[in-house]
Design a protein around this ligand. Structure first.
Ligand SMILES: Nc1nc2c(ncn2[C@@H]2O[C@H](COP(=O)(O)OP(=O)(O)OP(=O)(O)O)[C@@H](O)[C@H]2O)c(=O)[nH]1
Ligand SMILES: [Mg+2]
Length: 324
């Protein structure tokens, strides 16, 4: 990702799935018209931008399939010309919006049509975005329990290599769920496959101290090659301290303050269990005092300086806090 490029997020789905509402949740404002109606509300592509957790994001809202006001050819042509031919000038992700509700024949057909419209290459950058997380919660159901109930949805998620997320578009506080989605998308965008393995090493290092961890993991990790980690997270959660723990040294400045101490990315190397580890510390992702453009540029630079690209983006959160 080049510094200063906007991250394009394209929302697609069946009418009434909550496409426009999800766009509003992402941007944190009423950017698109979203309402209950007997007729399809969105009849044009709408494009709005904003800063999300310091990242400049452009969101594309689209008319939903099985629209009551437009025919399928008209919708598909509009999406093709006004979205697909434009959104890929920069980094781009597609969100296929599905109601976390009964998966009917129409829902299945809508998914198939969108998949056809996107084509195989774009599908690799496509996530399933379930809406109505609030209704799942009301029914005391986790998303996993919901998916387990429907074989078709379970298979769908598997086909998308577990790239799915749940939105509650009615939540009062929405920033957390959006930031989490964005981080997941970024991790996947840079094709990170070994995150769990690395974060397990990192967690052990944090929990037990680097020495114990080395003993525990030495057999498991000795055959693995070098690793590059980019630390992301809210200001003040301990990214630099985590980096120091992994590195076993005090190279990255760590101070307990509310404002962001790290205003530039820094990179350090060490050897953990015979493996070379590079840690890139980043400015606080969310509530830093840096300007959004500067922050986006710094985070993009962190990816660049971990060249040829990071293996993982450990996302630091305080252990007593949860982001839903
Ligand atoms: N409870 C709940 N309602 C939601 C959620 N997301 C969307 N809705 C509601 O679903 C209805 C349709 O939402 P929209 O965002 O307008 O749906 P759309 O897919 O853009 O629909 P069209 O533009 O009409 O094709 C609205 O009444 C929303 O308030 C959600 O997460 N929870
Ligand atoms: Mg809409």
């Amino acid at each position: 990702m080049e510094p200063n490029t906007r991250f394009n997020v394209v929302l697609l789905g069946k009418t009434m799935a909550g496409i426009s509402a999800s766009g509003n949740t992402i941007l944190g404002r009423e950017a698109f018209v979203s309402k209950k109606s007997s007729r399809s509300v969105t009849r044009d592509v709408a494009v709005e931008s904003g800063s999300v957790g310091g990242m400049e994001v452009t969101v594309y809202d689209t008319p939903g399939l099985f629209n009551t006001e437009m025919n399928e050819d008209e919708i598909q042509q509009m999406i093709n010309e006004e979205v697909l031919q434009r959104c890929e000038s920069g980094p781009c992700v597609f969100l296929l919006v599905i109601k976390a509700d009964r998966f009917t024949e129409e829902e299945r057909e809508a998914v198939e049509k969108i998949e056809k419209l996107l084509g195989d290459e774009r599908l690799k950058k496509t996530w399933i975005l379930f809406t109505r997380g609030d209704e799942l919660e009301d029914g005391n159901m986790t998303i996993n329990e919901f998916l387990d109930d429907t074989e078709e949805l379970k298979n769908l998620i598997q086909k998308y290599d577990q790239r799915y997320y749940v939105f509650n578009n009615k939540a009062k506080e929405q920033a957390g769920q959006v930031q989490m989605l964005l981080i997941k998308i970024m991790k996947s965008y840079f094709n990170i496959n070994v995150e769990e393995e690395v974060s397990e090493i990192q967690n052990s290092a944090v929990r037990k101290g680097l020495k114990d961890c080395e003993q525990d993991k030495s057999e498991q990790v000795s055959s693995l090659s070098s690793r590059r980690l980019v630390l992301l997270g809210k200001s003040g959660v301990g990214k630099s301290a985590t980096g120091n723990t992994i590195l076993g040294q005090r190279e990255l400045i760590s101070l307990q303050r509310m404002s962001s101490v790290t205003s530039e990315c820094s990179k350090e190397h060490t050897t953990v269990s015979g493996r070379s580890v590079t840690v890139v510390d980043t400015p606080g992702f969310f509530d830093t005092q840096m300007k959004p453009e500067e922050l986006a540029e710094e985070i993009a630079r962190s990816v660049y300086i971990s060249s040829p690209g990071p293996h993982a983006f450990p996302h630091c959160v305080e252990s007593n806090r949860q982001i839903h």
